[in-house]
Write a protein that binds this ligand. Sequence first.
Ligand SMILES: O=P(O)(O)OC[C@H]1O[C@@H](O)[C@H](O)[C@@H](O)[C@@H]1O
Length: 528
Amino acid sequence: MHLTAIFGRLKAVSEQQQVDGQATGGTESGRAGSSGPEQPGGGGHGASGERGHSGGDPVATLLVLGASGDLASRLLLPGLARLLVSDRNEGPGRHEHSRDGLRLVGAGAEDWDDDRWREVVTKAFAGAQEHGDDKGWAAACAVRDTSRYAKVDVTDPDALTALMASCEAPVAVYFALPPGITAKACEKLVGQQLPESTRLVMEKPFGSDEASAHQLNEVVAQLVPEEHVHRVDHFLGTSTVLNIFGVRFANRLFEPTWNASHVERVDVLYDEDLGLEGRARYYDKAGALKDMIQSHLLQVLAVLAMDAPAALDEREFRDRKAQVLRATRLAGTPAQASRRAVYTAGRMGDRDLPDYQAEDGVDPSRQTETLAEVVLHIDTWRWAGVPFRLRSGKGLGRARKEAVITFKPVPHLVAGLHGEARPTRLRLSFKPGVINLDLMVNAEGDPFDLEETTLTAQLGDSELPAYGEVLAGVLDGDPLLSVRGDTAEDCWRILAPVIAAWEADEVPLETYPAGSDGPEPTEAFPAV
Ligand SMILES: O=P(O)(O)OC[C@H]1O[C@@H](O)[C@H](O)[C@@H](O)[C@@H]1O
């Protein structure tokens, strides 16, 4: 099922609840999303970001800082083009804002002119034409042809605010920049007058530990209200992650069993058959734990484990996610509940991968892991004692990207049924979008023998790629799918003991040949 379809169905409920909330004064309008002051003093933000409501004013200008970078050309601009050619302007979706008249401004340190920038935009937009009709493509072309470029030093607050002021408001400022530069640019903006209703869009990692994330939240809170901050986690924009809502909350079958009484364990796996792919400069400093688990997989865990929100609006949804993450902790000591490994030379598919530590740009003394696993517990009535294992690695033989919910065995197997009753497993595959339900049934031939079978539902292609979905939220002024400030801090807090133990070399760095299934399974880290 598509995200749009899910949202389409749930929208009516959400709107009704918002109406009810307004009528009864029931929206708790003082809830601060992040730590830090609730209403910033220094910035010139307007009051349009009403709390408890998804969606504010649609954005008039998308200002991309870091316009010449890889993120802009490879993900952002193609995602924008797909959004513009899609029929999302006309629903059924969460919002029905028209994006006619959207302005796109690229900015960066390069001495480019408008033509040079438009070449980049043209190239990045080209692939979207086949996904839309003539009207959609005309809308994308209009944005492309009116886009402009500005040279700017983003750490010069006067220059940056002057550029923002030259754009039609509301402006969404997308920091497609390394996190250190983004943080510096934000710090410099404190005390500056920002245009009305400015949105700030920031990529992962948000901070480098709990304290720095907290500090950055405090800086950002002085610039704009929390609802105007979009901390991007593109996994929240993938339809297959969002389809977890459909499975969980639109079926009577699963929700009553979605708890510690019936679930044995939950595994969230993101095994990639990719190597470094030229990203040593970034990846060797991050490693699998910070690159994937600290951000993406904890978000997936939150969506899998949260209580049902009353509505899919930013406050309800993000509150539910935050509750889960606040209750999440490592299931034991780092030595018991975390595992790290690095790939050695091997053959992955039809290519040879060198030893990770021999790759260009890798510093072997850093002991960076290319595979990380952690086991977490969620200390709530719903999940007490259930292990949630998160694992992600590169250089693996098989790309396996799925959440596996393993249910407990039946309490008693009826005498006379032969064979082993293996536990029911629900496997939600992120790529491709497939839902599998492994069940025991009576075998063909002998009706008293048991055998396992799998029911499979193939999910259709999503209308938008993840960055198209992320940008839809940004341009609609809806932070629903972005990470709230308190949650960004919690994700660092959860993994802090692991990071410290790995830095102190208290957990051995194991190895696995590239192209294999990773390190050998153990009791704490079993194969599923
Ligand atoms: O499968 P996707 O959508 O490309 O997401 C996975 C990627 O997510 C990125 O955020 C990580 O930096 C990459 O290392 C990873 O490969």
